[in-house]
Ligand binder design. Structure first.
Ligand SMILES: [Zn+2]
Length: 264
């Protein structure tokens, strides 16, 4: 039976703070259908501000709802289960359901701010999990059936978050030690960013979200390439501040932090 007994190790390995709930390794409604497990983000619709009672609430309702993971507003991960949880409900054809995904609930509700500590931790933990499973990031609002049944997580956009998580995931192997960047690492990062900036065949430039994010402007491949070249030069120069400046605001602040830390 495929479960995720490695969750705590993987999250701590990424440098994240983790709270384990008793018996999490054994908890679950059976196993996943394959080792390629996706991640689905939710918000828990709890009252605005800190709602520390949510993990206990999910455990009380474990047989009908709840997710394997919950992240609080400081970015602490709570691990409730290694097996399947009923977090997704009915999902669209081709999208992951409960047996193909880990659910991550967040201490958030519609219209509430996303604390930077929560978002950075959510992205980094998700990158670490997906690096382990080979899966992809999804959101409850983009997989639920019928469409519109769910609106969570409110305020986050799938394409942008996938880009942020992918950038962190590309750097996962760089985070395993405290060695400075080698030339090979810098080349790898530059190549990854370059690939993200390339238009997808058959997709109009105006709809190419990574390009848009990199360029900070629609329909402007030149600006995107300029941004990538500036980033590549900053990495080659080993200049942390220039790296931070070269990454457009549309990309995750977490990426800037990670690269700047690594190059400092
Ligand atoms: Zn949800």
């Amino acid at each position: 039976m495929t479960t995720a007994p490695w969750l705590v190790d993987v999250l701590r390995g990424a440098g994240l703070q983790v709270v384990e709930h008793d018996g999490w390794q054994q908890r679950g409604h059976g196993g996943f259908t394959s080792k390629r497990i996706d991640v689905v983000w939710h918000h828990d619709a709890s009252a605005k501000g800190d709602s520390p009672g949510v993990p206990a609430y999910m455990l009380r309702n474990w047989n009908t709802a709840g997710a394997q993971l919950w992240v609080d507003r400081r970015g602490v991960w709570y691990v409730l289960a290694a097996g399947v949880a009923y977090h997704a409900g009915r999902t669209l054809p081709g999208k992951p359901g409960n047996r193909q995904s880990l659910g991550v609930e967040t201490d958030h509700t519609t219209g509430e701010d996303w604390p930077p500590a929560l978002l950075a931790s959510l992205r980094l933990g998700t990158a670490a999990i997906l690096a382990r499973t080979g899966g992809e990031l999804h959101m409850h609002k983009t997989i639920c059936a019928p469409v519109g049944r769910k609106t969570d997580p409110d305020g986050l956009e799938l394409a942008a978050e996938r880009l942020a998580v992918r950038a962190l995931r590309a750097g996962t192997h760089l985070q395993e030690d405290d060695m400075p960047l080698t030339d090979d690492d810098a080349t790898l990062v530059a190549r990854k960013v370059w690939q993200l900036a390339q238009p997808t065949p058959g997709v109009p430039l105006s709809e190419h979200t990574p390009l848009t994010l990199l360029a900070g402007a629609r329909d402007d491949a030149g600006a995107a390439k300029g941004a990538v070249l500036a980033l590549a030069k900053a990495i080659a120069d080993d200049d942390a501040q220039a790296v931070a400046a070269a990454i457009p605001a549309g990309m995750a602040a977490a990426v800037v932090d990670e690269l700047a830390k690594r190059l400092a």
